[in-house]
Write a protein that binds this ligand. Structure first.
Ligand SMILES: NC(=O)c1ccc[n+]([C@@H]2O[C@H](COP(=O)([O-])OP(=O)(O)OC[C@H]3O[C@@H](n4cnc5c(N)ncnc54)[C@H](O)[C@@H]3O)[C@@H](O)[C@H]2O)c1
Length: 253
């Protein structure tokens, strides 16, 4: 009997860990969760839990995952989204800039995934790992100056592909989502310093608008759920067409 199409995109009964919503455990460096978390928790009582943790701190990361495993008693998926973005000319990058960005975007991602995958393997779970990568891993983001950040996302892309290959025999799937320009605190705070960026966010994508966090929901559901049961090693690009445009957008900055 074929599976009903609705269940292919459903995460009913699944338990997912999100670093930065099934039953979802969210990790972020903030001591208390942000307003989006609070409103989601109010909409889905008992389904969302929060664990404050700096993903660059080895001991705290391990403790946060131990607490999640103890509380959730099952993990079917993880989305790594915690990240920082340093936007400045190449020659202005300091040693500390590069190390901090690598610590969060590379090391934090790597070991968050390692904790989740170890649990999945120990419990025989054919889980799904989804890492938030970026269009910058594939091509330049017009208007931005992201040499260090792009390098860190290049790490995520090749890490994910190699891990997909290694974990395929276990039935654990590993994929990335590469957003284009999304209107979040990260981008809006950069644009607050360089107002010309807002025009680029809205005009550079062939779809002529900046993306929103809602634009990423379908991609995350697809990769976490059974609808993608034969998909691993994919970079799912959600960018309003940026990847197929000429890349010759003239910045007014
Ligand atoms: N906004 C975009 O246009 C865009 C595009 C491509 C990729 N991304 C990626 O999407 C992901 C989410 O970014 P966003 O746009 O929502 O930005 P955001 O700044 O709103 O979210 C990033 C989150 O990571 C958390 N964080 C930072 N350092 C941390 C640490 N050491 N430990 C734990 N949490 C930490 C922050 O507190 C924040 O909540 C990032 O990986 C980012 O690189 C964003």
């Amino acid at each position: 009997m074929p599976e009903p199409i609705n269940s292919l995109l459903s995460l009913a009964g699944r338990v997912v860990i999100v670093t930065a919503g099934a039953t979802v455990a969210v990790t972020d460096i903030l001591k208390t969760p942000g307003k989006e978390f609070i409103s989601c928790q109010a909409e889905s009582p008992g389904r969302l839990s929060y664990y404050s943790c700096d993903v660059t701190n080895q001991a705290l990361l391990a403790q946060a995952f131990e607490a999640k495993f103890r509380d959730l008693k099952r993990v079917d998926g993880i989305i790594t989204a915690a990240g920082i973005c340093i936007d400045k000319p190449f020659l202005k990058h300091t040693w500390e800039d590069v190390q901090r960005q690598q610590a969060v975007n590379e090391t934090g991602t790597f070991f968050a995934v390692q904790h989740a995958v170890r649990y999945m393997k120990e419990h025989g779970i054919k889980g799904s790992v989804v890492m938030i990568c970026s269009q910058t891993a594939q091509h330049v983001s017009p208007g931005h100056q992201l040499t260090g950040y792009a390098g860190s996302k290049g790490f995520v892309l090749s890490f994910a592909r190699n891990l997909a290959h290694e974990l395929a025999p276990d039935g654990i799937r590993v994929n990335t989502i590469s957003p284009g320009y999304i209107a979040t605190t990260m981008n809006l705070s950069i644009a607050a310093r360089r107002p010309g960026l807002n025009r680029i966010f809205n005009e550079a994508p062939p779809m002529s608008r900046v993306g929103t966090p809602d634009d990423l929901k379908g991609a995350a559901l697809y990769l976490l759920g059974d609808g993608s049961s034969y998909v691993t090693g994919l970079d799912l690009v959600v960018d309003g067409g940026m990847g197929v445009s000429s890349g010759n957008f003239k910045s007014s900055l």
